[in-house]
Design a protein around this ligand. Structure first.
Ligand SMILES: [Zn+2]
Length: 375
């Protein structure tokens, strides 16, 4: 077992196992709340002030934890989600198990590993009778895997009151952290044509499917890798029977953009799609889902601090931009944010989800130094 600055991977793994073995699918609020309750109890035992925010719209509770070190001013906000994409019963197919330097389990990588690191570092501060220069607030949410539909408001509200945001999402190998993420938009495109008999009245029909097919090509062509814009038609549906000219057809679209400016340019292009066939009607609903996590001077200064602290332990951090969104998308417009500070591993959302065990003490030690240093 590896040991970095007093962080022991064996002890951490034992604690993390308890988090992993409480299954927490986003759409199963009672299950998620079992872990929320455990995390609340464990933080309260450290002397932290805890606050449960009751779940809404079918999601589990959120948990706010505050360590009032360093006064009442703006402090460090640490964000992690307790929900996972894995349904109840996944633990039977993917039980917690250890193989050399690898540990497996549902949600162990995305992102119970990171959440547990956050808890364990605070516990180590208390054990060592240490206090951070800034107050530390944790926000654990239960709906991140469904775009933080409810908790995004709490995240933005807390980010506005904070000096730094640290997000404990995981990363893959290569000493990565995440300093920027694309923003996302979602759309539903509905085409209404004119139905008719495909045999006897073919010329009278206006096929919604044909119209949608042309629109799909137009939408897909909005992808521009040179500007890091991607657009994907991920779901289509339409028509009723082979011998009927289709009255309805729909498509669901995912768009990713690296900047606010490109969001403003690209989103109206989908919202304002015009029909090729003037007898067809197009209705587009949707719009921005998560704003981009853009690089800012404050965010880059925070990254630089983390880099220097990692160098002390012999690690050269690599800053990564990714198309995948996280809660840093919601915090970063309001407060310098750094993401990807959680555990190292791979296989998010799969039956191969795993972490590198020795990254637990590495990442805990980095978070510890950030808590000690940020002021
Ligand atoms: Zn995650």
């Amino acid at each position: 077992m590896t040991n970095v600055s007093g962080y022991d991977s064996g002890e951490m793994l034992e604690g993390l196992r308890e988090w992993v073995e409480i299954e927490t699918p986003t759409d199963h609020p009672e299950a998620v709340n079992r872990l929320v309750a455990k995390v609340e109890t464990d933080f309260a035992a450290l002397g932290a002030a805890t606050q449960r925010i009751a779940g809404k719209r079918g999601f589990g509770d959120c948990l706010k934890v505050r360590m009032p070190w360093g006064g009442d001013g703006p402090g460090i906000l640490v964000i992690g989600h307790l929900d996972t994409v894995h349904p109840i019963g996944t633990l039977e197919r993917l039980p917690f198990r250890i193989d050399g330097d690898t540990a497996y389990g549902p949600g162990i990588f995305d992102m119970k590993g990171g959440g547990f690191i956050g808890f364990h570092v605070l516990r180590n501060f208390v054990r060592r009778k240490q206090a951070s220069p800034l107050p530390i607030t944790y926000l654990f949410n239960s709906d991140e895997e469904m775009s933080s539909r409810v908790s995004r408001d709490y995240i933005m509200e807390e980010a506005k009151k904070s000096k730094y945001v640290l997000v404990l999402e995981p990363t893959r190998e290569g000493n990565q952290v995440v300093d920027s993420r694309k923003g996302t938009a979602r759309f539903r495109v509905k085409v209404t044509g004119r139905p008719s008999h495909a045999g006897s009245r073919h010329a009278d029909g206006r096929s919604a499917i044909k119209e949608l097919a042309r629109q799909i090509l137009r939408i897909e062509e909005m992808t521009d890798y040179s500007r890091e814009v991607t657009v994907n038609v991920g779901v289509i549906a339409g028509g009723s029977r082979p011998n009927v000219i289709a009255e309805f057809a729909t498509a669901e679209v995912d768009m990713r953009v690296p900047s606010r400016a490109l969001a403003e340019e690209m989103i109206p292009k989908v919202l304002n799609l015009k029909p090729f066939d003037p007898d067809c009607i197009i209705e587009v609903t949707g719009g921005p889902e998560r704003p981009p996590f853009e690089k800012t001077p404050g965010g880059q200064a925070l990254l630089e601090t983390a880099r220097q602290l990692a160098r002390e332990q012999g690690l050269e951090l690599v800053a990564l931009t990714t198309g995948g969104a996280s809660d840093a998308n919601f915090s970063s417009p309001f407060c310098p944010s750094l993401d990807g500070l959680g555990v190292v591993g791979k296989g998010a959302h799969t039956m191969d989800e795993q972490i590198r065990i020795s990254s637990l003490p590495e990442r805990a030690s980095l978070l510890h130094r950030l808590f000690e240093t940020l002021n």
